[in-house]
Design a protein around this ligand. Structure first.
Ligand code: 4NP
Length: 161
């Protein structure tokens, strides 16, 4: 683990019911599969408060379950300034989310605040919002999230003592 320290990763989208809970569930599963529970903490949040307390969108839950990821235990919450004291990596799904996070970030935040797909190997740089689209949008979110999750895990596992 980088600097032998614990990584705490927060995934952020707009509503915290589609993209960021998908990232939360996928990355949490990957962490467990690699025996890294306790070394990497995972959470998710939305920049908006529309869906606070709600479970993920049923379309996200179903699409994720088809690939073996459980999301139904997750509940939406809003990202807050205090998150910058808690998380080493705060990863936004799109540029709007990132801009809203920068608005509440303390000037002295020393963690990594950026786009999640910076860790992916793909042409896209944002995870598109699937909320108003069809079922295929949710599968596309999963494709991008799986890609970036593997890249993020490899990055966090780089040992630099
Ligand atoms: P998310 O998707 O940001 O991926 O959770 C959305 C969920 C809800 C809304 C927009 C996007 N909404 O407008 O309610």
């Amino acid at each position: 683990m980088k600097n032998n320290s614990k990584s705490r990763v927060l995934f952020v989208c707009l509503g915290n019911i589609c993209r960021s809970p998908t990232a939360h569930g996928v990355f949490e599963t990957l962490v467990a599969q690699h025996g890294l529970v306790g070394l990497i903490d995972v959470d998710s949040a939305g920049t908006a408060a529309y869906h606070v307390g709600n479970p993920p969108d049923s379309r996200s839950i179903i699409a994720a379950a088809e690939r073996g990821y459980q999301l139904d235990h997750l509940r939406a919450r809003q990202a807050i300034a205090q998150d910058f004291n808690e998380f080493t990596h705060i990863l936004a799904m799109d540029e709007d989310n990132l801009s809203n996070l920068k608005d509440i970030a303390p000037a002295d935040y020393t963690g990594h605040l950026g786009l999640f797909l910076d860790f992916a190997q793909c042409v896209e740089h944002e995870v598109p919002d699937p909320y108003y689209g069809g079922e295929t949008g949710f599968d596309h979110v999963l494709d991008l999230v799986e890609n970036a999750s593997m890249g993020l895990l490899l990055k966090l596992q780089l040992v630099t003592p």
